[in-house]
Ligand binder design. Structure first.
Ligand SMILES: [Zn+2]
Length: 91
């Protein structure tokens, strides 16, 4: 899905957090995040966000479904107005 507004990012991130906690989703062990644009892990980013320490202007994280191993990408560009996506991506 396209993320057009910050509220959509929060909804998707909330679902990701719930799926990580439930074990149905895992941080991708091969490529946890796009190191060219994303400075640190999803867990740290969410912790910083929760503590109002701010988040990167742009970030891209990878996850895997623990049932079928399908890879997903969360991309957000906060600086330019919350553009981004949550999509399945092929290996
Ligand atoms: Zn799956």
């Amino acid at each position: 899905m396209r993320l057009e507004r910050a509220q959509q990012y929060e909804t998707v991130a909330g679902r990701i957090d719930a799926a990580l906690a439930a074990g149905s989703l895992a941080v991708d062990p091969i490529e946890p995040w796009d190191t060219s644009i994303t400075p640190y892990s999803y867990a740290r980013m969410r912790a910083d966000e929760a503590a109002n320490r701010g988040i990167p202007d742009i970030f891209s994280y990878y996850f895997r479904c623990t049932a079928c191993n399908l890879r997903f990408n969360l991309l957000c560009e906060v600086y330019h107005g919350s553009g981004g996506h949550w999509i399945a991506v092929p290996d």
